[in-house]
Design a protein around this ligand. Structure first.
Ligand SMILES: *Cc1c(COP(=O)(O)O)cnc(C)c1O
Length: 474
């Protein structure tokens, strides 16, 4: 076992390793190339009987683990949505690990509870959300969306379903667009509502939820005796970053008295920019809202900000009070275990505080605008190249496109061509891109949102794409 003196020594070495890693990460193959089982086979079947030295452990970390890592912090990472980190965030996270505090109730670390309260206020202000909104930091947007649906369910059953179960309630219906994230479907299943009761509302030609179709779906469901419970609108869908029309959806929800939850996991960060506040026109009809600082706000995973209009509904859904958690301060402070699913909670507010202070609002705005400008430039190149086409309207920092040489007209062939192009690109180790399907068409995605990405990386990615598509065949 390490003693105090060894810890100091190894911690210093580790920080040097971390700094070197982040300096050199752009030279590593972005996507791990290992085969299934390759890492597992190298890990002994049993834990060691006697303790091993830090040197041995670190050596194996470098030799066994690192080759199986996909480097999300590489500026050549253009896949999925980013899961950003930053120097300030890492420093905060190191302290969180060091303190090792359980932040379930105010008493178990008052500073954690009160900093979390402030950080939620800072974010609310930063994003332009209404003053009445309050909330808590959750692990992920998936959890926040589940929290929203459970709260809607409780409220709609007059807080009886937690008590007696769902057997005597009506059949609830949940609405989201065809493009909504899979976490919505998972939440509907977990909440006991049943996947079959999730209604996928049609989208328009920009992949946004069609509010008229929503109205029609709701009316039909009422006719059939269902109870419409909740609409989940998405700002920035995972496939193509479509922005659902919140104002029109909100009107429907208000008229129909349906809970409106907004999933802005990725795109929510863009609300820091005043020029993107149009996305939350209609926020006055929103009941709950989630965005992930751990995606585009330079705060390492996990950190998901969940906001609610009605704090009482949230607390009535999640508060449970066993004897061992009774405290004198209860009622006058925030006991965050009552604000969501988990009891034990990490001190996540600390890294967010480090990031917001170290970047400053201006620093965050500058980086976001830079990402969006780089994505713009990339999109212009796609548009100017006759052999490429844009596959969805570009919002924010995601570009959806495909390779489509004029002489190939068969859709299956074009799909195959792009599947092969993506494979070839990722096999170079010089970039990592992922795909989606747009109207059944295989589509490549480039997200310019990584913390350390610069023009040179986007330029290099473009050159690589041009070069690689010349060598790709069906
Ligand atoms: C990434 C994403 C999620 C899931 O986020 P987690 O924090 O990983 O649960 C949900 N919705 C959208 C739109 C996303 O882009």
């Amino acid at each position: 076992m390490l003693n105090h003196k060894d810890f100091r020594k190894h911690a210093h070495e580790l920080v040097d390793w971390m700094a070197d890693y982040l300096q050199d990460v752009e030279n590593l193959p972005v996507k791990s190339m290992v085969k299934p089982g390759e890492i597992y086979q190298q890990i002994p079947a049993k834990a060691p009987g006697t303790g091993e030295s830090m040197q041995q452990i670190m050596r194996d970390f470098q030799q066994i683990i690192l080759p199986g890592i996909t480097h999300w912090q590489s500026p050549n990472f253009f896949a999925y949505f980013p899961a950003n980190s930053s120097y300030a965030s890492l420093l905060g996270e190191m302290l969180t690990a060091t303190l090792g505090a359980q932040c379930m109730i105010w008493d178990t670390s008052p500073a954690a509870a009160e900093l979390e309260e402030r950080m939620i206020e800072w974010l609310r202000n930063l994003l332009g959300l209404p003053e009445q909104f309050t909330g808590a930091i959750q692990d992920t947007a998936s959890t926040a969306t589940l929290t929203a649906i459970l709260t809607a369910r409780e409220q709609a059953t007059h807080y009886s379903s937690n008590l007696t179960g769902l057997q005597n309630t009506k059949t609830f219906r949940i609405y989201c667009s065809e493009e909504a994230h899979s976490s919505v479907e998972k939440a509907v299943a977990i909440a006991g509502i049943g996947r079959e009761n999730m209604v996928k509302v049609a989208v328009d030609d920009a992949f946004r939820m069609n509010p008229e179709a929503l109205s029609v779906n709701i009316a039909k469901d009422r006719e059939h005796g269902f109870t419409p419970l909740c609409v989940v609108a998405t700002l920035g869908t995972t496939g193509v970053t479509a922005i659902d029309p919140l104002a029109a959806i909100g009107e429907v929800c208000k008229q129909q008295n349906i809970w409106l939850h907004v999933d802005a996991a990725f795109a929510g960060t863009a609300l820091v920019l005043p020029e993107f506040r149009w996305m939350i026109a209609g926020i006055e009809n929103v009941d709950s809202f989630v965005m992930n600082p751990h995606k585009w706000m330079f705060t390492n995973f996990d950190c998901s900000a969940y906001f609610v209009r009605d704090k009482e509904a949230l607390l009535r859904t999640f508060a449970i009070l066993p004897e061992y958690l009774k405290t004198e301060s209860r009622g006058s402070v925030n006991d965050y275990r009552d604000w969501g699913i988990q009891l034990g909670r990490r001190f996540r507010a600390l890294k967010l505080w480090f990031v917001l202070r170290n970047f400053g609002i201006d620093g965050i705005r500058e980086r976001l605008r830079n990402h969006i400008a780089l994505a713009d430039e990339f999109a212009r190149r796609i548009e100017q190249q006759p052999d490429f086409e844009m596959m969805a309207p570009r919002h924010l920092s995601l570009v959806c496109f495909r390779y489509h040489p004029e002489h190939i007209t068969n859709e299956d062939e074009i799909n195959k061509l792009n599947t092969n192009l993506l494979k070839k690109l990722n096999a170079t180790g010089r970039v990592y891109l992922t795909h989606t399907k747009v109207g059944g068409k295989y589509t490549l995605r480039v997200v310019v949102g990584q913390t350390y990405v610069k023009k040179q990386h986007v330029d290099a990615a473009w050159d690589l794409i041009l070069q690689t598509c010349l060598a790709v065949t069906v």
